[in-house]
Ligand binder design. Sequence first.
Ligand code: F6P
Length: 522
Amino acid sequence: MTAAAFVRCDRAPAWAELRAYFEGSGRRLDLRRAFAEDPRRFERWSQPAPHVFADLSKNLIDAHTESLLLKLAERCGLGAQRDAMFGGQAINSSEQRQVMHFLLRQPELRAAQALAAELQAVQSTGQAMLTYAEQVRADPGITDVVNIGIGGSDLGPCMAVQALEEFRLPGKRFHFISNVDGHALSSLLAQLQPRSTLFLIASKTFTTAETMANAHSARRWFEAQLGAQAPALLPRHFAALTTNVSAAAEFGIKTCLGFWDWVGGRYSLMSAIGLPLAIAIGSERWRQLLAGAHAMDEHFRTAPLAQNLPVRLGLLDVWYRNFHGFASRCVAPYHSRLARWPAYLQQLEMESNGKRVDALGQALSYATAPVIWGEPGTNGQHAFFQMLHQGTSVVPVEFVLVRHPAHELVDQHSQLLANGLAQAQALMLGRAHAGGHRDFPGNRPSTVLLLERLDPASLGALIALQEHRVFTSGAIWGINSFDQWGVELGKVLAADLEPRLRSGDEAGLDASTAGLMARLRA
Ligand code: F6P
């Protein structure tokens, strides 16, 4: 965010008005009463957006709250901040970087947009990536594609390859190795043949410790398996997806698909980082993914704030976090192919908005990102939904329902959808019984995001929706949603501890770390 656009939300008059309204009647909103009093509540609180229909009606919100939230958004310069991003300003101020993942899916330059050189680079790089993807797709010699990357260089492609399984090219297997824990890589390598494996080393920086450790182990395995033939074969079996071309070349990689420092790791699925997905689904469907995301970008960029789905979700997040004090949000996709959706959203929301200082580095006096967690339904129902219905904390739930399944077991799909609807209904309605164990308090909020199908276009739109919703709450909170300094300290300490763990050097360590280290070495 630019310093000029900066207004601390807690100093905006609408913040105090929201507080007063919440303390007055806002906190007592009862959903059952709200539906009884307003037969049109569902229509009023539905929000269509490209490829996604949202039912917001089962949220603890009324027209007055939303008008105050919109007032807050205006005072905090949400529209100006959004325009600054789309205009290519360096809104990632702590790293002096532009934030332009939207450009990855923009088909052509808009009138008066001054990003022609960037867009041209995006398009030629994107074309090179698709050419390479098609080459791999057409190569029957490659049966296994192994993506080695972590965080944004893993979660997006891993989630999306699984989500779009229906569209996946048969005859190729996709594997995702992220953790430095050697259990993952060693058991995978035991199943692979070096001559039929393509390793994609995915790392924006090409310095991330876990990725480099796995990449070096994979290369050592490749060399050990192929002996004298390895150097000649390596270029065909290793490719890099990175902004750090020289480091990839130093590693010995010839095929390097690049991107730019203005694509944040957790926003990078639609850059070269998406190569495993492009190989899995092919160019045409890849373009549909981009088109779906672009349609949502345009909705976010142009729709009035009051009818703008990412904005409405982001403002609801602020209302819940800062006024109701809800500390988490549960994500419940009722589609088993969205199994990695909660993990993907964890990084998106918590790495973006898990900040305790504002964009100028000043400590905040209000809460920011909630904890994001969840599992696909119906599995979650048999695990943690007990707590959602009858626990002492209120946790808003975000369901994803998909109208048409990708299988023939139609009855089971109806059963799945009925369960999703029933959970949202039960959370809201509750049930008064004889008192005690069998009472459900109800009045617990949820949102339903409805897709016609889980396909490339709807997935692209769903991803962009979440990106812009995180942007919205981050903009209100006045934080920089695009840096991640909070991951640094652990990395530095791990680099210090690793040689100590080998040598036993405990000098200067706190007693707990020293004690644990001694036990691990014993
Ligand atoms: O966890 C910190 C982080 O920098 C993430 O933001 C990023 O997605 C991940 O590490 C991987 O980084 P890279 O792509 O540079 O290996």
